[in-house]
Design a protein around this ligand. Structure first.
Ligand SMILES: C[S@@+](CC[C@H](N)C(=O)[O-])C[C@H]1O[C@@H](n2cnc3c(N)ncnc32)[C@H](O)[C@@H]1O
Length: 345
């Protein structure tokens, strides 16, 4: 039976108690083939490192979940490890299973300055910065939950995108935001600020959900999923958040002054009930992130504003989880990618 030794970082020695020997390190046969995929793998292993400067903004624990500290209370989902893992699964869902391995659909060429608004774990911004090493990329968020080992052309900053922006002096070639449903209270103002901070001819792309689930065959009726979304989305709407930004993006873009506006809508199943490999993969990823999302999404809004106890929330969540695993329940969500351009003049 092979013996296991601890490897000391930066050394070719290993030691277990007083015994020492030289461990043979083998190259992993399954290493990613490209630099950018390899960088992704590296960030997975260093994800728990957070920048010392940001740690004090990580926030307080409430009902077992951690929430952001900067502008405390304005965003109602957690920022803890569980949520970050969910966001990375969500990233895989959108890029790999929904958008055919694309990070964006805008026809950008050789951007020099780009921003990812509300970057979350920063996974999208890291991949974007890898693809365009000559582009200075910023990722901003209320929470400093991004890794510290990132491409040299990428910077993460703590910022509130609903406050006045400070980027007008250094406008962007590309502005990107994904999954701001239940996060933003004034989307027209956000888009106006984005317009002002984009270079003439620059592109903007928002990718977002309609978080209202539906079924074509009526199988959502009477399920815990339907009950969960009725209760939780109404609570978010009462607090002033958008719950279906995806379907409004096109009009918001046009009202803000963007031209060449394009819309692509994807139907994403919940679970692997739909025919076809691509649908099954998307549905499986979606179910994985949904099972985490529903607890994180419901706890703060229902306990802080709707007088629910945490235990009552857990019962609601358990029923929504159980019904999503039923093969006779065929739920879908719509996901939108909308991109447009600031006029040249
Ligand atoms: C659902 S997550 C999406 C994260 C990321 N865009 C992605 O697609 O993986 C929403 C993110 O928006 C951030 N957020 C919410 N309100 C914000 C605000 N006013 N300013 C900056 N970030 C905000 C949250 O901290 C969270 O990381």
């Amino acid at each position: 039976m092979p013996q296991k030794y601890d490897v000391m970082a930066g050394s070719d020695h290993t030691s277990v108690n007083t015994r020492s020997s030289t461990q043979q390190l083998e190259v992993d046969d399954n290493l990613p083939k490209t630099t950018s995929e390899y960088a992704d793998q590296l960030t997975v292993y260093t994800k728990s490192l957070s920048s010392g400067a940001g740690e004090r903004y990580l926030g307080q624990i409430e009902n077992g979940r951690r929430y952001h500290k900067f502008r405390e209370g304005c965003y109602l989902l957690p920022n803890d490890e569980k949520e970050n893992e969910r966001l990375d699964i969500h990233h895989a869902l959108v890029t790999c299973a929904v958008m055919d391995n694309k990070l964006f659909l805008s026809p950008i060429e050789n951007p020099k300055h780009a921003i990812d608004l509300c970057t979350g774990t920063g996974i999208w911004a890291i991949q974007f910065a890898d693809i365009f090493p000559d582009c200075e990329v910023i990722g901003n968020d209320l929470s400093p939950t991004q890794p510290s080992l990132v491409p040299p052309n990428l910077q993460f900053i703590i910022d509130d995108v609903e406050s006045d922006w400070v980027y007008e002096e250094t406008p962007f070639d590309f502005i990107h935001a994904r999954y701001l449903a239940e996060a933003i209270r004034d989307m027209p103002r956000l888009l106006q600020q984005a317009y002002n901070c984009l270079k003439p001819g620059g592109w903007i792309e928002f990718q977002d959900w309609d978080t209202h689930p539906y079924s074509i065959d009526g199988s959502i009726k009477g399920t815990g999923i339907e009950q969960f979304y009725d209760v939780v989305l109404n609570a978010f709407i009462k607090q002033g958040f958008y719950t279906h930004p995806g379907r409004d993006l096109e009009n918001w873009f046009i009202d803000a002054g963007f031209v060449n506006v394009h819309v692509k809508k994807y139907r994403v199943p919940l679970g692997s009930w739909a025919k076809g490999e691509k649908n099954k993969q998307a549905g499986a990823y979606n179910l994985m992130q949904y099972e985490e999302a529903i607890e994180g999404g419901a706890l703060a809004v229902l306990t802080r504003y709707e007088n629910w106890t945490p235990e009552e929330v857990q019962v609601l969540v358990a029923k929504a989880r159980a019904d999503a695993r039923r093969p006779d329940v065929h739920v879908l969500f719509d996901f939108y990618v909308v991109w447009g351009q600031k006029p040249e003049k």
